[in-house]
Design a protein around this ligand. Structure first.
Ligand code: B12
Length: 483
């Protein structure tokens, strides 16, 4: 359809939660985070002379109508989707809607789910025209520049050739140097920063935002899908990072940042430099980050505290060392406990990230996890229901390790779709509730939440405002999706 503008793309972040939970709208209420991958692509495209608009369905309850109107008025040549497993089918639904409005529009899918499934996406969902495997900035720009003429010359792309064969042009030879990227196009996210909310009790003040300063993770845990960045680990320099935060402060008034890097402290020198800059030229901002125990020590933690670090999350996953050793490298619970104590000693809040229902999980291993977590000075924790994602090493032989109901829309880590041998779904649910109940009933933890009245007043405001929905949600035995 020649009237379409091939230099224009509508980028859509579809909803990634199961319909059963959607009516409670807990996901929107609990935490809404900016889709940083799409915002990065959008800023990059604009710099290359393309036009892009972002519609984040999480932030726009009326997104179908907004999408339809945009397509009718602006007639973009492309519609692009950023999908996790749980949001993929919503992306497919919106593609059908888009093609009914603009029959010639091309649908491009990117993100973790399609990067893992590759050719299968086009084979099973003919409504999809292109899949971008891995980082999207350059591949999408080249695709839009090619205007359908020679997609075979665009690396990182899956398309259907004139014979109807689905082809992958192969991985891009070089990963992007992160300091050459413009800052994500936050300004294109409707209502940013106020529409976006970090999980309650996870920040001291507002406005706040999430941010990414590196890509990739050098580790290979059984449950983690690394199809997008594969084994690479790249990061923004301390200078770029400082500039990024100054920009967020000056342009949007952001006062707290949640870094969602897989390994914020992996490069010690970078963190030393960054913390020096934050101490010498304070921005009046605080931050949270996630680390691996191997990559922190007391000296670094003290610097981080002085630079504004408010909370550190640490992947514990399980308190059963034998189980842990089956799923991640360097499973050393003694070392992990020492590092958690060091974080507390540096007066930084700690959050433990755990999973329940991994292959090999038993009544005994859950008890061990509870004993372990409750023996530590952890302030908060998140217990995810283990979900085997396509692209994760464990996915390959998951059906030999238990029973797995592979229902993508429900794969939001809030349901036990996988039940390990020797366990039942009902028992896992009971243990899950027992884990949280025991945590919240402890006097130290209760006092910690009371202290949040002055440490994170906005969280309490949100909690009280949304109490009805929280209670309804708690009764339905689910836990908010967060990490
Ligand atoms: C931040 C984060 C969140 C945040 C915010 C998510 C959001 N709004 O984007 C929160 C906490 C809300 C969250 C929630 C969940 N998350 Co999460 N999250 C992440 C995390 C840590 C970083 C994502 C990110 O910003 N990366 C940085 C950007 C630059 O990378 P990117 O998004 O991948 O984008 C690049 C490419 O993928 C590609 N691309 C992306 N979109 C598009 C679109 C087009 C058109 C094109 C061409 C290319 C393209 O180009 C981008 C730039 O190069 C990742 C792990 C990771 N390190 O990536 C997990 C991760 C994405 N999450 C994961 C999961 C499981 C979830 C939850 C289901 C679980 C839960 N309960 O927490 C929910 C569901 C959310 C949903 N919408 O579906 C899994 C997804 C696995 C899967 N197959 O689904 C990941 C991969 C972690 C893991 N390894 O297991 N998450």
């Amino acid at each position: 359809m020649s009237s379409l503008n091939h230099k224009n793309i509508l980028l859509v972040h579809p909803l990634g939660y199961w319909e059963g939970a959607a009516d409670k709208d807990i996901s929107r209420m609990a935490n809404i985070m900016p889709p940083l991958g799409m915002a990065s692509i959008s800023a990059y495209l604009d710099r290359q002379g393309m036009h892009s608009t972002i519609i984040d369905c999480y932030a726009r309850p009326d997104s179908d109508r907004v999408i339809r109107e945009y397509l009718q008025e602006r007639k973009p040549g492309y519609i692009g989707f950023s999908c996790t497993t749980s949001s993929f089918l919503d992306g497919i639904r919106i593609t059908a809607l888009a093609k009914s409005v603009l029959p010639g529009i091309k649908a491009v899918f990117g993100g973790v789910h399609v990067s893992a499934l590759k050719n299968k996406v086009l084979e099973d969902y003919p409504v999809v025209d292109y899949v971008v495997v891995g980082e999207g900035e350059q591949t999408l720009t080249e695709l839009m520049q090619a205007e359908d003429e020679s997609p075979d010359a665009v690396a990182g792309l899956i398309y259907q050739d004139t014979q109807g064969e689905v082809r992958f042009t192969g991985y891009r030879k070089k990963s992007i140097e992160l300091d050459i990227l413009p800052f994500p196009a936050y300004e294109k996210l409707t209502g940013y920063p106020d529409t976006y909310k970090l999980p309650i009790f996870n920040y001291p003040r507002t406005p706040n935002s999430s941010c990414i300063s590196s890509r990739g993770c050098p580790y290979a845990c059984s449950y983690c899908d690394r199809s997008v960045f594969r084994r690479s680990f790249r990061y923004n320099s301390a200078e770029y990072l400082y500039e990024h935060l100054s920009y967020l402060k000056d342009r949007f008034g952001i006062r707290h940042i949640n870094f969602y890097d897989d390994q914020f402290t992996f490069n010690r020198k970078r963190v030393e430099k960054f913390t020096d800059m934050m101490i010498d030229r304070p921005l009046g901002m605080t931050f949270n980050c996630a680390v691996r125990a191997e990559h922190i020590d007391f000296d670094l933690l003290r610097r981080m505290k002085d630079a504004g670090c408010w909370m550190i999350s640490l992947g514990i996953e399980s308190g059963d060392e034998n189980l842990l050793a089956q799923h991640r490298q360097n499973a050393n619970l003694t070392m992990l406990a020492e590092k958690i104590r060091l974080i507390k000693k540096a007066s930084i809040r700690t959050k433990g990230l755990l999973m329940m229902g991994l292959p090999g999980e038993s009544e005994n291993s859950v008890r061990k996890s509870m004993d372990y977590v409750f023996s530590l000075p952890i302030d908060d924790f998140n217990l995810a229901k283990f979900t085997p994602f396509p692209g994760s090493p464990i996915y390959e032989n998951i059906n030999t390790l238990g029973t797995f109901e592979e229902d993508w829309e429900k794969m939001d880590c809030m349901q036990f779709l996988f039940v390990p041998h020797g366990m039942t779904k009902e028992r896992l649910e009971e243990l899950f509730i027992a884990f949280y109940k025991t945590h919240y009933m402890r006097p130290r933890v209760m006092l910690g939440y009371v202290a949040m009245l002055w440490r994170s007043p906005d969280s309490w405001k949100r909690f009280v405002t949304d109490l009805g929905s929280f209670l309804k949600f708690a009764r339905s035995n689910k836990r908010l999706g967060e990490n």
